[in-house]
Write a protein that binds this ligand. Structure first.
Ligand code: FMN
Length: 173
């Protein structure tokens, strides 16, 4: 699949078949995550792969918006100690967002469904996910990504709106 096709085909899938994802596929998803750009190439990410049913169920209940049954969750976290300076440390959100999107696009390319569920900056969700996964202080969960074989279909689309595009014309000299 071409990249531009995967970008349009990626949709948030919230219904999944009860079918496992194999290890090779999971590694492929993680390789694409770690190919993402990051500020000063610090790669301040950590990935928690969850297949255990009990942990999946606990994570589902970690925010009111993530109650989705999937056979696999990847929790993308920022390692706040990997920033080289205080200014750079805040870039973990953008770096981990790029990694999250790479996982979604690769899942789409492989014919899998996925859904990005936000954790950070929801304080209560951050607290719950940290507790469920026993994360140390410097590891901040950014996103819960549900992944699996789809049990619903969604149309590909863009939401292009020309009113949101602002061309800057040449400055007068
Ligand atoms: C930062 C972020 C947080 C999101 N959190 C949730 C969530 O908690 N629960 C959920 O069902 N979808 C969540 N979504 C998915 C959005 O609802 C979805 O992307 C949006 O409705 C557009 O639909 P589409 O992904 O099918 O294009 C989130 C998406 C992003 C980027």
């Amino acid at each position: 699949m071409e990249t531009k096709e995967a970008i349009l085909k990626r949709r948030s899938i919230r219904k999944y078949l009860d079918k496992e994802i194999d290890e090779e596929t999971i590694t492929l998803l993680l390789k694409s995550a770690m190919a993402a750009p990051s500020a000063v190439n610090r790669r301040p990410w950590e990935f928690y792969v969850v297949k255990d049913k009990e942990t999946l169920s606990l994570l589902r209940k970690s925010s009111p918006y993530t109650n989705i049954e999937s056979p696999l969750i990847i929790v993308v976290c920022g390692n706040t100690l990997r920033g080289v300076s205080a200014i750079l440390s805040d870039f973990w959100v953008q770096d981990c967002s790029a990694a999250t999107e790479n996982i979604l696009l690769t899942a789409t390319d492989l014919g899998l469904g996925s859904c990005w569920n936000g954790v950070y900056p929801l304080k209560s969700a951050v607290r719950k996910v940290k507790k469920i996964l026993s994360l140390p202080l410097n590891i901040m969960p950014l996103s819960i990504i549900h992944i699996g074989y789809k049990n619903e279909e969604k149309e590909e689309r863009t939401q292009y709106d020309e009113k949101r595009v602002h061309y800057i014309s040449e400055r007068s000299k």
